[in-house]
Design a protein around this ligand. Sequence first.
Ligand SMILES: Cc1ncc(COP(=O)(O)O)c(C=O)c1O
Length: 396
Amino acid sequence: MDSTYAMGGFDTLAIHAGQEPDPLTGAVVPPIYQVSTYAQDGVGGLRGGAATGPGRWIAGYEYSRTANPTRGALEECLAALEGGARALAFASGMAAEDCLLRTVLRPGDHVLIPHDAYGGTYRLFDKIFTAWGVTYQPVPVSDTAAVRAALAGSGAALIWVETPTNPLLSIADIGALAELARSAGALLAVDNTFASPYLQQPLALGADVVMHSTTKYLGGHSDVVGGALVVADAELGERLAFSQNATGSAGGPFDAWLTLRGIRTLGVRMDRHCANGARVADMLGSHPRVAGVYYPGLAAHPGHEVAAKQMRGFGGIVSFRHADGEQAALRTCGRTRLFTLGESLGGVESLIEHPGRMTHASVAGSPLEVPADLIRLSVGIESCDDLIEDLRAALG
Ligand SMILES: Cc1ncc(COP(=O)(O)O)c(C=O)c1O
């Protein structure tokens, strides 16, 4: 990490990294540079860059697909929060995943993916990358021995991990998988969307790449779609930046600004998400209409110990199974008043959804299919008594 940021605790970095007062006006938050192109001081004479703006890796500004000061401020902040050598901000989480896969994989390569990955990630491998000759194998990434067995002799170039997973909240041991990946000569990429860098920092545990849907906790207000990659190795960062510029998947300046605004309060929001998530999980655990609760903070969760070792808190996503089956689960999703029925997660407001029919419809009929009676909650930061009351009423 740049020594400028070595001084900061997490919340200090969230508020200051990449966000020095604007050198021109003193504006205390980075301005929205809503601009496509930049005046040059003679041919090839680029202005700005690390000398006057955020982004120590930016040589200067020529065109906003390549670099933009507002996006640079976000990237600098993300690199500081994840302890990475470089970060890149994208138009969506899927754009970030696509950029990583196209940069590090070639036709004939093999990848291990979680057997309960986010549906869109599965679809990217299954429908897009297989057509380009990349093969994949779903494995239970919470079972290190199963990953070791799948890796042996597979020649896998990449292990893709989500932890906690969406929507079943399984926990992978990032440190153990990093060792496996290293000894097999594979890269380890961790989708850190559910935890956010406040709760978990995969690079410090040995991962090579962190990926985020910044749409979720980092943005935090359900008002912007975005994605990010953060890498430990500056050279890989350079290759990713080349791909991002070559394929044009960067996010726009206003989106970067909104994401950065959300990040400033990430720590305090996450503390409340964790507290509310734990109370909701406890209530569901003792409710007669609930057949099982998935929350890594529960002592009975199979990944609890690993989660406690590698996470600062257990987050705000709670999934559970309705004791009366799919139809009852669907009715419950339609009955809440504070929990809004909707996809996505990680915003200040609580959301409820039915993964089988909504976010994970794309994995129906695949090895990643989710239980039909499953409900996923994104527990927001409202008054928790109100949230519990709402769920109790909806469960009946
Ligand atoms: C765990 C996870 N990874 C990746 C994504 C994709 O991100 P985006 O929707 O920003 O493209 C999502 C979206 O829900 C997600 O939940």
